[in-house]
Write a protein that binds this ligand. Structure first.
Ligand code: AOF
Length: 160
């Protein structure tokens, strides 16, 4: 893995590598439903199987989906802390597997570190001091590895 100095930083959808954000306008189909963004899917899974999940799915923007998903008055599923990383990985993998152009951007980052430059979020992002867990960046690196392995195995099949 590269040094932090060479790392790829992303956050805003409008910025370079904006397609790495869960707010980017790339819809996915998961659990037999259409989701406008991975942010909609991720936030809805906090209330899977309830009417709140559908309300989030139909939210007009990822910002509104996230606002609803973070509402502390809503009944968060009990196992959320245990499953949230898996939900995020599943959504991000699905997005990059759906859009070949995005997969190419991610694969072209080679071995570089990927960091969500979100100063407000020490869990998914780098946090206020830059030493946050950066879980979204790590998940993007995991997805990059999975996609690379898929590309390699499809090339092996093509050779045979
Ligand atoms: N707030 C924000 C983003 N934060 C995103 O929200 C998700 C985490 O939600 P939660 O677990 O409820 O805190 C995760 O995908 C994180 O990257 N992203 C963006 O592009 N723009 C924003 O303004």
């Amino acid at each position: 893995m590269s040094s932090r100095a060479e790392a790829i930083f992303f956050y805003k959808v409008e910025g370079l590598y904006g397609c790495f954000s869960n707010f980017s306008s790339h819809s996915i189909v998961m659990k037999s439903r259409w989701w406008p963004t991975t942010a909609h899917y991720f936030q809805a899974q906090k209330f899977a199987g309830t009417a709140y999940a559908e309300q989030i799915r139909l939210a007009p923007t990822p910002q509104i989906a996230t606002e609803i998903g973070r509402d502390p008055r809503l009944p968060l599923r009990r196992d959320w802390e245990q499953v949230k990383d898996d939900v995020m990985r599943e959504a991000v993998l699905h997005k990059f597997a759906t859009y070949e152009d995005l997969a190419k951007v991610l694969l072209a980052t080679g071995e570089k570190q990927i960091i969500e430059n979100n100063r407000l979020d020490p869990y998914w992002g780098c946090g206020p001091d830059g030493n946050g867990k950066n879980r979204l960046g790590h998940i993007l690196v995991e997805v990059r590895t999975i996609l690379r392995e898929r590309v390699c195995s499809s090339r092996v099949i093509a050779v045979y």
